[in-house]
Design a protein around this ligand. Structure first.
Ligand SMILES: Cc1cc2nc3c(=O)[nH]c(=O)nc-3n(C[C@H](O)[C@H](O)[C@H](O)COP(=O)(O)O)c2cc1C
Length: 379
């Protein structure tokens, strides 16, 4: 039986997301060029890099540039990060009111110390009332324009402080259009395995809006397995598509019950890499494009027979001509490595989550520390 026969269509507000696949927001990765590249392989919902709510309100020029979408990219899906209801309301009002976004997601999953130390990211859902206030304020700002607001979070701070079931119930009660769970705690960072049984439990707790599952989808069959095992309404794919934008084509085929195409050989990967470079140059100019592309090189060549000195040269490429010259040196016939599981991107080791003093003493204390809405990148 195929997933299409067992899986009802995913709807997020007014949008049918078919196949039920979402590109995870990834800071420094899911810019307009990368989204466009992924969208060339398959349909789904493609979320932009995380944008700081305060920077939107202050109309930070770099932030406004991050809100670039390709012509015809619909829905324009934007993730915001904020820690207080007022700033989030204002930011949502701006991006919705000025027609910059058709879907707004909020990031409550960031485990980075400089964020959790201020009570943001994955620390925030522990403060149930504050979390509810932020969701309500954002929904109130988005709803009049018919723009759905969704929420992404982790299992909790650590194994002693799980927040996901309450976060899901609160988000639903306050009018969110869907929730997405990265099935790890903040203390886990990206280590170990995502615990998909948490997604099943969230699905039982949240019955009126779609529940999206996230964590460790590296192949199309992982996605089908997550849907079948957890009953989730859709999947969110992060590190699995790094250096592998064609994964979205494989997901589309799998969800339609078609055979999943073979992975590309090295020559085809080089063509994808070249296309990625072109898209980046078009949006950002050569210098920024090459800087951005360099971080994707190791992911593109993962498992392929590319010598270390050639890899190093790719990782320092500074111009499209040079890229072409290096591509010419690759063994284009090298087949896709059958045993490569795919790039895991950043893994990070587990560790204690840095929190504001006394944060865990009172889960309902809605205080926000001074200067909490800091600029940052990371998820
Ligand atoms: C480089 C990188 C940047 C990320 N940035 C964000 C972010 O800005 N917002 C967010 O909600 N999650 C962010 N994440 C987390 C992913 O969206 C996703 O939840 C996580 O990678 C788990 O999914 P995966 O196992 O498919 O990678 C980031 C992850 C990575 C690897």
């Amino acid at each position: 039986m195929t997933a299409t026969l067992t899986t009802p269509a995913l709807r997020i507000g007014p949008y049918a997301v078919d196949p039920p696949v979402v590109l995870a927001p990834m800071a420094g990765i899911t810019n307009v060029a990368f989204r466009q590249l992924c969208q060339e392989y398959g349909a789904g919902l493609y979320v932009c890099e995380m944008i700081t709510a305060r920077a939107v309100v202050e109309r930070h020029p770099g932030t406004m540039h991050m809100m670039t979408f390709a012509e015809g990219e619909r829905p324009r899906s934007m993730q915001l990060y904020g820690v207080d209801p007022k700033t989030m309301r204002e930011a949502v009002k701006i991006v919705v009111g000025e027609g910059l976004a058709d879907h707004v997601d909020a990031n409550f999953g960031c485990p980075v110390a400089k964020v959790t130390r201020k009570g943001g990211g994955a620390a925030l859902p522990f403060k149930r009332r504050l979390f509810a206030d932020i969701v309500r304020a954002s929904v109130e700002a988005a709803e009049p324009a018919g723009v759905p607001f969704t929420v992404k979070f982790r299992v909790g701070i650590d194994d002693e402080h799980h927040t996901y079931l309450d976060a899901g119930r609160i988000a639903e009660a306050e009018g969110a259009s869907a929730v997405a769970l990265h099935a790890r705690t903040a203390a886990q960072r990206y280590s170990g395995q995502a615990d998909w049984s948490r997604i099943s439990r969230l699905k039982e707790a949240v019955t009126g809006i779609p529940v999206l599952g996230n964590g460790d989808i590296f192949t199309a069959s992982d996605a089908l397995r997550m849907m079948a095992q957890t009953g989730c309404d859709g999947v969110v794919v992060g590190r699995g598509c790094l250096g592998r934008p064609w994964l979205f084509g494989e997901l589309e085929a799998a969800f339609a019950g078609r055979p999943v195409p073979e992975g590309p050989n090295l020559g085809e990967v080089a063509r994808v890499l070249r296309r990625h470079a072109d898209l980046l140059v078009r949006h950002d100019g050569v210098d920024k494009a090459m800087r951005d592309l360099r971080k994707h090189m190791a992911w593109y060549f993962m498992g392929f027979p590319v010598g270390s000195s050639l890899r190093r040269r790719f990782a320092m490429v500074s111009a499209p001509d040079e890229l072409d010259e290096l591509i010419g040196q690759l063994d284009h016939d090298a087949p896709f490595p059958a045993d490569a599981l795919g790039p895991r991107g950043r893994q990070g080791s587990p560790g204690k989550v840095t929190l504001p003093h006394g944060w865990l003493d009172d889960p309902d204390d809605p205080c926000v520390p001074e200067g909490a809405d800091l600029m940052h990148s990371g998820g």
